[in-house]
Design a protein around this ligand. Sequence first.
Ligand SMILES: O=C(O)CCC(=O)C(=O)O
Ligand SMILES: [Fe+2]
Length: 375
Amino acid sequence: MDRETRLFAESHFRGLRGRLPGGVCPTLDCVDFIENPDSFSYADFFKGYLLPNVPCVFSSAFTETWGSRRHWVTPSGKPNFDYLLRNYGDVLVPVANCGVREYNSNPKEYMPLREYINYWKEYIRGDNSSPRGCLYLKDWHLCRSPFHADIFRSFSWSVNICGRKKWFFFPPGQEEALRDGHGGLPYDVTSPGILNSCPCPLPLEVTQEAGEMVFVPSGWHHQVHNLEDTISINHNWVNGCNLTNMWQFLQQELCAVQQEVGQWRDTMPDWHHHCQVIMRSCSGINFGEFYHFLKVIAERRLLILAKGRGPEVEGGEDSGPGPQQAAFDVSRIAEVLASVVAHPDFQKVDTCVFSPRPEELLQQLEEGVVATASL
Ligand SMILES: O=C(O)CCC(=O)C(=O)O
Ligand SMILES: [Fe+2]
């Protein structure tokens, strides 16, 4: 990250004054397509898409050199079953049954990839149908994925190694208009009667071709349909741009747990502790672990700043974050940690075992922010 990008990013967050980044989403009627890797930098992506939290699609030129695009695909653009069987046939893979609904997801079982590929071939021979129904190899994504926003309000990217997908995107907050009487979200937004009875604008639609990469912003609900036999690779991440969204999400998750078990609040010893335990099992993380996550990143970034106090050495593409990136992250983590430390439920977490103590880390971060003002 260069200095100008960091100053731009910091003034963006100052402008939000603690409000959620996703909450000021502009109305979009199309998704940008980024054609040429040579004329598009990380700073362009950061300023144009990560900060404003809007989706975009990268052309297949960005993934042209990927080994998976050469090896996993036949010359005619279909999945290369022989290669996949030879290399990964014995790997156990999680497979969801799309025909059965379990809450807002599908039940999953494990099977060797070999067995899954046998099923897939049989499905193709049966003209996209099989007596075993529609099975979905999760993480290699076959068929369609129900309506959702990504874990912890992370960003994600998704590349089609082969095949095509159709995406439906809803900006943060717009899913509220789709909730039913119990507050539940639809399982499939394309099922009849969902969108035409909703007062919200129509979703943004993207057709993703082979090799293209879709950027999924934080907190955007989406649904994905495979238009043909498809293999895709996805990756999720959190950084300084969506960290507040993650913290906001965790607070909402805890509130939901507290509401569910509210009737035992006065009679159950350790009620707050149990809420954290339930939250961890439902959401995958609790407040204490969130502190640990912040701490690990904060300490790495503070180390970069401490080392970088000599002559300016901006990190190259592959050498990890440079001092400007570290300074931005430190300022973002400081803002979020200040809010965590002030949260009444975090104050009930036993933080004696944490090293450093949250207040100490916050102080180090705040000193880091002051020291980097002139960077
Ligand atoms: O491509 C798919 O089937 C779903 C991708 C996705 O949205 C996810 O993994 O979160
Ligand atoms: Fe997703």
